[in-house]
Design a protein around this ligand. Structure first.
Ligand code: TYC
Length: 101
């Protein structure tokens, strides 16, 4: 057996891949009441009334607004939950998802 201690020149660093995040996007429409949109944002995304109101108004004025980003499954289930809350109350409220760059 050799006594020569051979060490690698470089130590391999484990690379941890972060899961890609997906944005939940609130889409404006002409019919859903502002108070309803604000209430859904508070319920589904655990926002304060103030935060929810600002997001709702941004979508109202610009046509759409990014609400938050999550892993894909969570983003999709939150978008579905928000869209369904509107549908169950007869509103065309819509949330979509989109992968972050
Ligand atoms: N534009 C709606 C209204 O004037 C309110 C609204 C805001 C609806 C944001 C959807 O994502 C939305 N009643």
């Amino acid at each position: 057996m050799s006594d020569i201690d051979v060490k690698p020149d470089t130590i391999a660093k484990p690379k941890i891949e972060q899961p890609r995040l997906h944005k939940v996007i609130l889409i404006n429409d002409d019919y859903t009441p502002r108070e309803f949109v604000t209430a859904v944002l508070m319920m589904v995304f655990h926002m304060s009334e103030d935060q929810a109101y600002r997001i709702m108004m941004t979508a109202h004025q610009r046509g759409a607004c990014v609400v938050a980003a999550f892993t894909r499954d969570i983003a999709e289930s939150k978008a579905t939950e928000g869209t369904n809350a509107g549908r169950q109350n007869g509103h065309p409220l819509e949330f979509t998802t989109e992968p972050e760059e």
